[in-house]
Ligand binder design. Structure first.
Ligand SMILES: CC(C)C[C@H](N)C(=O)O
Length: 466
């Protein structure tokens, strides 16, 4: 019988062949397939990135490190709960219990030790307004009785930003809705007093099924390509485009090409104005955020304090008297963040660095079924736009490119995924970039995950450094 597990592994064979990755850790990944939850399975559709994701995830949550295992899972819970991501909360409640965690803690923030409670402010600020973190927030933790060591603080911050950004990924793929539904069809989850040692997903949600089908289709196409390249070109448009008008993609390709051909020198002031312009437009994107609806499900509300605290657009940040632009030339991951985090929490910087690099550079040189496309301009625009939403400016980048390459619906999607992830619905996911394959949309969502994660870490590490 062809089991769920078999077909997922098959899909990976397809992806490996298709992308021709020089990746040699396949056996390890295959051996561990049954312990992965649904979200991790979706990430596995990009094996080159997945290798670094899973290494980091395992290091943060299960390897030797400054914080006890139960604390790590509790941090995952409060980070996911801030983003209203029920799926990740439930998952880490189970893991928390499996590590022997105190069941009382799952009754909510009032039941946890003072030391752990003390980090909640950092969790809240990091989740929504990381630019407001100050060294005083960190000092409050590291001084006095029950204090945190710096290594513990760094471990906690890395876990918190990992789960804040992972929550964005869950919602941006439209998975929370699906997983909620599929969890309801699963057998009763264990009660608090009966921890389940290993998380074994049973039913496969429709989104993962769709990805699988897409992979199979790609596999079939690759075979055909070897036999007859001409037939392939036809099937690219017929099979992959699914009858969708491809004008948008042609236009995007033309714009990317134009930008690569015409490299215009731009004055510093002009570059700075273009950044401000994109930032201002991002603030003006109509987002449901303007209406404050606090809608936290009762199953996670006990992990959330101050539920009205949310993302704030830069235009309103001015009122807080915060210089809002974070300039990468003053504090960058490569030159500063990476070495600091490495020093304080042994070698995690290497793992994060590899993961960021792969997420930033990942490409299959494809676009909506077309082969050999240089998508670097498009991907860079997405990455920098995400960080712009968090007030981060890459000084050498011309933000005019963002406006040429990203249309308004895509920008709205990105902003919502970063700042109000729970407001993304499956329909939002379906309605943007309609010409792209699902695996390409997941690719965009992985960039949202990592660019956001890096943005949060940059703010936190800059303050730690002070
Ligand atoms: C996000 C996608 C447009 C990326 C593209 N498929 C690439 O391989 O570069």
């Amino acid at each position: 019988m062809h089991t769920d597990m078999d077909s997922i592994v098959d899909c990976y064979d397809v992806e490996y062949e298709h992308n021709n990755f020089g990746y040699n850790n396949k056996q390890w990944i295959m051996d561990n397939v049954d312990v992965y939850d649904h979200v991790t399975k979706v990430i596995r559709y990009h094996p080159k990135y997945f290798e670094h994701y899973i290494k980091t995830h395992r290091y943060l949550m299960y390897d030797d490190g400054p914080l006890p295992f139960t604390t790590r899972h509790y941090l995952a819970i409060i980070a996911a709960a801030r983003n209203k991501c029920n799926y990740l909360v439930n998952l880490h409640e189970k893991e928390f219990l499996a590590e022997g965690g105190d069941t009382k803690w799952l009754n909510g923030l009032e039941f946890i030790p003072q030391k752990l409670r003390a980090i909640y402010d950092i969790n809240k600020i990091l989740a929504h307004r990381p630019w407001l973190l100050t060294k005083e927030h960190i000092e409050r933790l590291t001084k006095g009785t029950n204090s945190w060591s710096l290594a513990e603080v760094v471990h906690a911050i890395v876990i918190l930003s990992h789960f804040h950004s992972l929550s964005s990924f869950v919602f941006s793929c439209g998975l929370n809705q699906e997983l909620d539904a599929s969890l309801k069809n699963e057998p009763e989850s264990p009660t608090v007093s009966e921890p389940e040692p290993v998380i074994k997903p049973s039913t496969t949600p429709p989104f993962i099924q769709r990805l699988k089908l897409e992979q199979q289709r790609m596999h079939q196409m690759m075979k055909e390509q070897e036999e007859n390249k001409k037939i392939l070109q036809q099937s690219n448009s017929q099979v992959l485009m699914n009858g969708v008008n491809s004008d948008n993609i042609e236009m995007l390709m033309k714009r990317m090409q134009d930008l690569s051909d015409k490299k215009k020198e731009c004055s510093e002031t002009e570059l700075s104005n273009r950044f401000k312009n994109v930032e201002l437009q991002a603030a003006q994107l109509t987002s449901p955020a303007d209406v404050v609806i606090v809608n936290i499900s009762p199953s996670i509300s006990h992990y959330v304090d101050d539920p009205n605290y949310a993302y704030q657009d830069f235009a309103r940040r001015g009122a807080e008297n915060i210089p809002h632009t974070f300039r990468i030339q003053d504090y960058s991951w490569d030159d500063h963040g990476y070495s600091l985090v490495n020093r304080l929490y042994n070698d995690v910087g290497f793992l994060l660095d590899d993961k960021f690099r792969v997420a930033y550079n990942l490409t299959y040189k494809t676009l909506a079924g077309r082969q050999n496309v240089d998508t670097s301009k498009f991907r860079r625009a997405i990455w920098n736009y995400i960080q712009c939403i968090f007030g981060i400016r890459h000084d050498d980048y011309d933000y005019g490119e963002v406006n040429k390459l990203l249309d308004r619906p895509l920008k709205t999607f990105i902003k919502t995924a970063c700042c109000f992830p729970d407001r993304i619905t499956k329909q939002d996911y379906d309605s943007i970039l309609v010409e792209l394959l699902d695996s390409e949309k997941v690719h965009v969502n992985l960039m949202i995950l990592e660019a956001k994660n890096q943005a949060m870490l940059l703010y936190a590490l800059r303050e730690l450094n002070r």
